[in-house]
Design a protein around this ligand. Structure first.
Ligand code: ADP
Ligand code: MG
Length: 238
């Protein structure tokens, strides 16, 4: 586990700046929801943290370490995406172990870590199946398994439940929270669903047009939104 400290972080695509000096401090082991309307920069911010997108300016620390220049694979971060594209020709076990094979982990270590992830997510009975033999929720669990096997310092989720139906979404919320309680891995969870943010997060960061509008505990944002935009977004009647 590690804290994540974002200081005056900026991102430009060509001449167009889309993240305008963002500051966020995420405590070691906490679960932070990053919310805001479509296009406000949530995915871009997450991709910069993951090392999938270059940081134009500012500083990113994981723990005490400045990681701006560190390649993605060395950042100790695992990301779960909205479209959890599993490899269709690989089994559940192979999908979960794939990143370890790239790191040249031993067969025994791979089996142990995949076994641990499978037990954590209740996937033991499905290890030999192919993705097309799984339900949507099971596929999403495999995508989370791929992240868990890497035993990261930080989990990043980018709208992981938006492809699931409403009932499954509620169930998976509970599972992700249970996972966080169990592993206590620092988590940044992007969603445009305020209910998800309110029910899951220790802290919510509201983003608008590449800037932080307000950050705080869910009930504080609900009770004392800084402005109309936050009030509208968090759903307070104020
Ligand atoms: P969100 O995830 O909150 O919906 P994004 O981070 O995807 O928002 O996008 C934020 C802004 O950055 C949008 O205006 C989007 O068009 C722009 N953007 C994202 N990725 C690129 C890119 N690769 N090239 C140019 N503009 C981009
Ligand atoms: Mg996005």
């Amino acid at each position: 586990m590690a804290s994540v400290t974002i200081s005056d972080m900026r991102k430009s695509f060509g001449k167009h700046e889309v993240i305008h000096g963002v500051d966020i401090k995420i405590a070691d082991g906490s679960f932070v929801a990053l919310v805001g309307p479509s296009g406000c920069g949530k995915s871009t911010l997450l991709r910069m943290i993951a090392g999938l997108e270059e940081i134009s300016a500012g500083e990113l620390r994981i723990g005490e370490r400045v990681v701006n220049e560190l390649p993605s694979k060395d950042r100790d971060i695992a990301m779960v995406f909205q479209s959890y594209a599993l490899y269709p020709h690989l089994t559940v076990a192979e999908n979960m172990g794939f990143s370890l094979s790239l790191k040249k982990a031993s067969k025994a270590e791979t089996e142990e870590r995949v076994g641990y992830a499978a037990r954590t997510l209740g996937l033991e009975a499905l290890l030999d199946r192919k993705p097309k033999q799984l339900s949507g929720g099971q596929r999403q669990r495999v995508a989370m398994g791929r992240a868990i096997v890497r035993d990261p310092q930080v989990f990043l989720f980018d709208e992981p439940l938006s492809n699931l139906d409403a009932k499954l979404r509620v169930q998976m919320r509970g599972e992700i929270k249970a996972l966080h309680r169990r592993l206590a891995t620092t988590t940044i969870y992007v969603t445009h669903d305020q209910v998800e943010a309110m029910t899951m997060a220790d802290e919510i960061v509201v983003l608008r047009d590449g800037r932080v509008e307000q950050a705080g505990q869910p009930m504080d944002l609900y009770d004392a939104p800084a402005n109309i935009f936050v009030a509208g977004f968090i759903g307070s009647p104020a």
